[in-house]
Design a protein around this ligand. Structure first.
Ligand code: UT7
Length: 356
């Protein structure tokens, strides 16, 4: 795909609930153990919202964090896209509320839904608007609060998910400075029944039908089938995007996968010939935060100084729909808060040695 302009990512941010729920905590709710959960998923803990916390609130926090990372104001954003499957309300969109909170006065704003792959879809949509020259700066947020749609008596599902928001800021560049080298999107609705949350839309209750006392609106999943799908989808998506970018898998410095299960991530990395230190993962601490997991994982790795700059990243998502997709990105962004504080420290040091 030829674009008139290039794009790069200049900011990443996160918004996390403060409450941490450990595997040990879950043993009080369901018949499980820390050992089972760690061995089968790699998860030790996850963040879960308190009653007062909302998807909108987390999305705003992530957006502000990404703006600070990029060192820009919200009023410079031209378009806001929020990927979520668990918005606070059917409307207004989460994106409109983020737009107002960050002061992006002139930015059209909308939500989109592609389950856990939502953030990759949103990046790709943002890139189209930038590449065509329509907008110069796009804020993309992924946010999900699955905890409100889990059956806390179902050990098959309640151990897997955490809540959170993550954000990226995309900016237009000249064509020869392009850093978003390729994206790849896929879907297969034949697998829709493998991962879904029933009775959360207009399908039920039907008009004129008395709703039963208990309407089941918890996440349903065929774990085995999703596992099989994911270990094939991730390598395919990485190969497709790298090929479209005109590079080989060997050129990838880090894969930033959707954080669902460490076994899926390792199996996929293995098939691609990627080593352990090329995988960016925080599933141990965060669980599966759905559309938010890729930016949260990258944000945390960058905050810990674990990502060399520049580097070649492949972001790769998979999830309900079924959906999957990937993005090859050359990462050059530096947290502007750190460069600012380095400048201040350098200034203070220079000042301390100088004679008035
Ligand atoms: O964003 C995408 C979201 N979804 C996913 O990524 C899920 C992908 N799938 C998976 O991650 C794995 O399939 C799971 C972690 C969900 C399950 O692991 P598994 O190795 O496929 O286990 P299983 O479902 O085959 O269950 C094995 C056993 C069963 O007991 P029996 O029937 O063998 O007696 C389960 O009842 O483990 C039992 N089990 C548990 N035991 C302790 C299931 N959940 C638990 C649990 N604690 N939490």
């Amino acid at each position: 795909m030829q674009f008139a302009y290039g794009a790069r990512i200049i900011g990443v941010g996160a918004g996390l609930p403060s409450s941490i729920v450990t595997n040990e905590d879950l043993t009080k709710l369901v018949d499980t153990s820390d050992e089972w959960i760690k061995t089968r998923t790699g998860i030790s803990a996850r963040r879960i919202v308190k009653d007062h916390e909302t998807a909108t609130g987390l999305a705003i926090e992530a957006a502000k964090d990404a703006l600070a990372f990029a060192g820009i104001g919200g009023d410079t954003i031209d378009l806001v896209i929020v990927a979520t499957s668990t918005p606070d309300n059917l409307y207004p969109s989460t994106a409109c509320q983020v737009q107002a909170a960050i002061g992006a006065h002139r930015a059209p704003s909308f939500d989109m839904e592609a389950a856990c792959t939502g953030i990759v879809y949103a990046i790709s949509v943002g890139q189209q608007f930038i590449g065509s020259g329509t907008y110069k700066r796009v804020l993309v947020v992924g946010v999900d609060i699955h905890s409100r749609f889990l059956d806390w008596e179902d050990r098959n599902t309640c151990i897997l998910f955490g809540d959170g928001a993550g954000a990226f800021i995309l900016e237009q560049t000249e064509k020869n400075d392009n850093e978003m080298l390729a994206t790849y999107l896929q879907a297969d609705g034949n697998g829709a029944h493998l991962l879904w949350i029933p009775n959360t839309g207009t399908q039920y209750p039907h008009a004129g039908v008395e709703p039963p006392k208990t309407v089941q609106r918890h996440l349903q999943m065929n774990g085995r089938a999703i596992y099989e799908f994911a270990v094939n989808a991730v390598p395919e998506a990485v190969r497709q995007a790298t090929e479209a970018a005109g590079i080989s898998v060997d050129d990838i410095d880090y894969m930033v996968p959707h954080q669902a299960n460490i076994r899926i991530i390792r199996a996929a990395a293995d098939r691609l010939g990627l080593s352990e230190d090329q995988i960016i993962t925080n599933v141990e601490e965060m669980g599966n935060t759905s559309a938010a997991s890729i930016p949260i994982a990258l944000w945390q790795a960058i905050s810990r100084g674990e990502v060399k700059i520049p580097s070649m990243l492949c972001l790769v998502g998979f999830g309900g729909g079924l959906t999957w997709g990937s993005a090859v990105v050359r990462w050059t962004a530096v947290d502007q808060r750190l460069s600012q504080s380095r400048k201040e420290t350098a200034g203070a040091t220079a000042g301390a040695g100088s004679v008035d």
